[in-house]
Design a protein around this ligand. Structure first.
Ligand SMILES: Cc1cc2nc3c(=O)[nH]c(=O)nc-3n(C[C@H](O)[C@H](O)[C@H](O)COP(=O)(O)OP(=O)(O)OC[C@H]3O[C@@H](n4cnc5c(N)ncnc54)[C@H](O)[C@@H]3O)c2cc1C
Length: 398
């Protein structure tokens, strides 16, 4: 009997397209575990967290308890002893929670804030900052962007003046994911006013340091369940032992981190596209119009053919970049292409999925309006589309 009302919002999970190199059986098991966690413990609550403009802090501890915050870190620091591929599975599976904000809050902690501590930190810094972060007891954020410096990283103004035993930091940071409740901020500062990007360094700032202030929690188009902050620093005294890596070598750290951040964003976009298509396919097979399932109209069928092709292209580019990155190659071009392609693809495909849902797509219950708002950050964050095109265009000698 043809149904007269709309099919209920689908709980269909993403396809199994991610079962291909570089991933194997152990990755499939991990992916299933993360998806099940999303389905059982996150998805039922995300509406509430979106309204509250943050998810509970305890979620970091829960994710830590399940081992998700330390997948790629050594067992000696409380990690799972895996590698970048395990973290890649986490990034692609997490969109199944149905909230870009939750994925961003957990993802910024694991994907951009703790990696520099692991890669460039001393044993003592890893013990002090990484271990509690892996447990989820402490929340981390990465602070690069400033009110006057986003794409143009070299124009960062926050200055760390050398004083006896440490630094005196003055300045501000903008759009910092997890910034409101982060215990530690891995923060880019200038240590040499003359040096352009040669004068950049990284300091770990701690929220209880005098002069460190959350200047504002920012209201956003999407990512509602994540907190995004403006931070200000007035004469914050930071001890020498909180210098991460070498002084004036911070630009290298930023660039190294960017490759992984862009790969993670590409994986997240692939996960989000996959999920949106799977849900919309289930809907199109059920929803009736003019006496037939809407999926049987040729126009709609062709939309799916195009969206599937886009998903395949985004996934192939991303996995190729991931294989190269994981293999130790310089994968800058591949990562940049994957980021450029996948972020815009996510916006376009999710918009098409919303269209296929008709008026129901515009309703909150079906999750697509949120997915579209969340996806819109992709072409901006972690390096804009225009910056990606600059990187690729310049490589051609232009
Ligand atoms: C929700 C959210 C979360 C974020 N989280 C973090 C975080 O955790 N940590 C952090 O450090 N940052 C974070 N960011 C900042 C983000 O990385 C920056 O917004 C982004 O890098 C762009 O910088 P901008 O906003 O200053 O834009 P601008 O650099 O001012 O760019 C404005 C426009 O000019 C274009 N443009 C700039 N330079 C060029 C050029 N050379 N050629 C052509 N066009 C150009 C840009 O593409 C863009 O369209 C976040 C941002 C948002 C919105």
């Amino acid at each position: 009997m043809p149904s007269t009302s709309a099919p209920a919002p689908s709980s269909v999970g993403p396809s199994s397209g991610s079962d291909q190199p570089p991933f194997g059986d152990e990755h499939r098991d991990l992916r299933e575990t993360i998806r099940r966690w999303c389905e059982l413990e996150l998805r039922p609550h995300v509406d509430e967290w979106e309204d509250a403009r943050e998810f509970p802090r305890e979620l970091y501890e829960r994710a830590g308890e399940l081992g998700f915050l330390g997948l790629k870190y050594p067992i000696e620091f409380g990690g799972q002893g895996g590698d970048y591929l395990h973290d890649a599975v986490w990034a692609e599976a997490l969109p199944a929670c149905g909230s870009g904000g939750v994925a961003a809050g957990l993802g910024a902690h694991t994907g951009i804030a703790t990696p520099p501590i692991f890669k460039f930190g001393t044993e003592a810094q890893k013990e002090r900052f990484l271990r509690p972060a892996i447990k989820g007891e402490k929340v981390c954020a990465l602070g690069i962007t400033e009110p006057g410096a986003g794409s143009d990283v070299a124009s960062i103004r926050t200055f760390a003046k050398k004083i006896d035993g440490g630094y005196l930091v003055n300045g501000s940071k903008m759009f910092i994911t997890n910034g409101v409740r982060a215990d530690y901020l891995v923060c880019a500062v200038k240590t040499n006013q003359e040096g352009g990007h040669q004068g950049l360094s990284f300091l770990i700032l701690e929220r209880e340091m005098a002069g460190y202030e959350v200047a504002g929690k920012l209201e956003k188009m999407g990512w509602h369940a994540s907190d995004t902050a403006e931070l200000s620093f007035a004469d914050v005294e930071v001890p020498d032992e909180n210098l991460l890596g070498e002084e004036n070598k911070g630009f290298y750290l930023i660039m190294a981190n960017f490759q992984w951040e862009r790969l993670l964003m590409s994986l997240g976009a692939v996960g989000a596209i996959d999920l949106a298509i799977a849900q919309t396919l289930a809907y199109a097979k059920e929803r009736q119009a003019f006496g037939r399932a809407i999926g049987s109209f040729q126009t709609i069928r062709h939309k799916f053919a195009e969206m599937e092709t886009t998903l395949y292209a985004a996934r192939s580019m991303t996995y190729d970049a991931l294989r190269r990155f994981h293999g130790g190659e310089d994968a800058t071009a591949e990562v940049t292409r994957a980021k450029l392609f996948s972020q815009r693809a996510a916006v376009d495909v999710i918009d098409e999925c919303l269209q296929i849902h008709g008026g129901y797509g515009y309703m909150r219950e079906y999750g697509l309006e949120r997915a579209l708002r969340d996806a819109r950050l992709g072409p901006i964050g972690g390096g804009t589309d225009e910056v990606m095109k600059e990187i690729l265009g310049r490589r051609l000698g232009l």
